[in-house]
Design a protein around this ligand. Structure first.
Ligand SMILES: NC(=O)c1ccc[n+]([C@@H]2O[C@H](COP(=O)([O-])OP(=O)(O)OC[C@H]3O[C@@H](n4cnc5c(N)ncnc54)[C@H](OP(=O)(O)O)[C@@H]3O)[C@@H](O)[C@H]2O)c1
Length: 311
């Protein structure tokens, strides 16, 4: 089968099309014929030797942590899925390939009303948004939520999930050209991050989902209520944001989003019902992965980038 392979860590990471053996599903696993695979910043971060590089097997290897496709074969003890079933999944890696093996517990059925391209964009970003909002069993009914980087892959889903879960008021930060879209997704207020002091009059929030981290995450702690919670997504700066919060007597937490087939099933059902919209920036073919990674690395995409692998 064909896959885009990482041969060496580099900045920027470069991937080469290559032929590798088709994987075989073991007990409790399924083999997915990939149709679409979403890009996430973790992919190019890992390709440079950061991110999840320490957890990878030997190079060359295919990266990519979310996909949608059709089950081609099932391993022993798999009763919930059969060949021909359409699924999506949040996987440990290897999605930028024609076939990928997945644990049954990491996937969910793809509803007919959700396209493969949309489905391939949901798993990692969707689980991150879902789990960040749910962190600490936070009850969103009537709460004020702020999403930093609302136009990103995680942010645009976080705005919509927060509204769906009862948040009274959801504000977000994005550049001005994104505001119309984010308002249409349910944001009550959009702040242009290019304007100095844009959060000065924003008031206090019960929950902040920080999709930027570092100095921006730290500066935004001023908008967190004293008994509120900030969930800071970028792992590299989480420690510094948490320490800054602690100095102010506030609470920030990091997160490591995890595959969860049951949560994914609930989330994709909301997409099928039209309650959550998956925003797509651009799609690329598998051999254009390097171009797609460059676009993601620019940090100014709207929604998700997806690699179309098959039909
Ligand atoms: N810990 C975890 O488990 C986990 C999971 C997923 C993601 N993450 C991390 O979370 C971060 C966000 O992920 P993502 O997939 O949403 O990224 P993304 O899609 O690449 O985010 C791009 C968005 O960021 C916006 N942006 C850039 N600078 C901004 C600023 N100063 N203020 C507000 N918005 C700004 C851009 O808006 P404009 O186009 O308007 O500039 C763009 O829409 C990444 O660092 C990622 O690695 C962590």
């Amino acid at each position: 089968m064909q896959a885009m392979l990482l041969h060496a860590f580099a900045t920027p990471a470069r991937f080469e099309l290559g032929d590798i053996a088709k994987p075989q599903p073991g007990p409790g696993q399924v083999l997915i014929r990939n149709i679409a695979a979403g890009i996430n910043p973790i992919d190019w971060k890992t390709g440079t030797g950061g991110g999840r590089a320490a957890q990878l097997g030997n190079l060359p290897i295919a990266l990519g942590r979310e996909c949608a496709g059709v089950i081609e074969a099932v391993g022993e003890h798999v009763r919930a899925y059969s060949p021909g079933d359409a699924v999506l999944g949040f996987l440990p890696g290897r999605c930028f390939a024609e076939y990928v093996v997945a644990e049954m517990k990491h996937i969910a059925p793809k509803p007919d009303r959700v396209s493969y391209i949309e489905a391939g964009a949901i798993p990692l970003a969707g689980m991150t948004a879902w789990q960040a909002l749910a962190l600490g069993g936070y009850d969103l009914q009537g709460k004020r939520v702020l999403v930093l980087a609302g136009a990103g892959g995680v942010g645009h889903l976080a705005i919509q999930i927060a509204k769906l879960q009862g948040a009274k008021y959801v504000a977000t930060t994005a550049s001005a050209p994104r505001h119309e879209l984010l308002s249409s997704l349910g944001a009550n207020q959009c702040y242009d991050y290019n304007r100095p002091g844009h959060l000065d009059k924003a008031g206090e929030f019960d929950l902040i989902i920080d999709g930027i981290g570092g100095d921006i995450g730290t500066a935004s702690l001023s908008a967190l209520s004293q008994d509120g919670l900030m969930v800071t997504l970028p792992s590299v700066t989480a420690e510094s944001v948490i320490a800054a919060a602690s100095k102010m007597g506030k609470v920030a937490r990091g997160i490591l989003a995890k595959p969860n087939g049951n949560q994914l099933r609930t989330l994709v059902k909301s997409v099928a019902e039209g309650k959550i919209q998956v925003v797509l920036d651009r799609t690329f073919t598998l051999d254009q992965l390097n171009e797609a990674m460059d676009l993601s690395r620019s940090g100014h995409t709207q929604g998700k980038i997806v690699i179309e692998i098959g039909h």
